[in-house]
Design a protein around this ligand. Sequence first.
Ligand SMILES: [Zn+2]
Length: 159
Amino acid sequence: MGDVKIYCSKCGKKLLSYNPPGFIRYKSPVKRCPSCNTRYVDPRCWEIAIQGLPRDTFNIKSFLIMLVFGVLFLWRGIVLFGMRTLGAPDNIQWLMPTTITLAGIIMVIGSIIEIILILTGAKQKRFDKLKRESEDRLNDKSYAYILSDLGYNVPDKYL
Ligand SMILES: [Zn+2]
């Protein structure tokens, strides 16, 4: 199930189905149909040298907001452990508080790690490296033309 569906231009096989933006990866978007080997572009894979990065990649504020929500989830989950969920059978009373608590823990840890990586410059370094790799790929003219032919918006300087 997904809002975006991509079919092979040659054999019609369903290649992708997802809800945008999907899970963005920073690598070559050129893939091949497993059934007939025809090339296609996966829009969830970004060439950083062309597309840049999602807006909030280095936005500490957005991760601080996530941290606050994580703490609220965690707190709510712990409070729920002491309460009964109306209408839920006894044997799954633990489910709701556990789910909320776990989501809170993941959000808290995830946002703290992101904030540390941004503050120490480690995140910048990682994306600088990914950008160089992207530029290296695009500096290969045959690759740039393949991307362009597949409908990817490749700037003139690479062609
Ligand atoms: Zn195909």
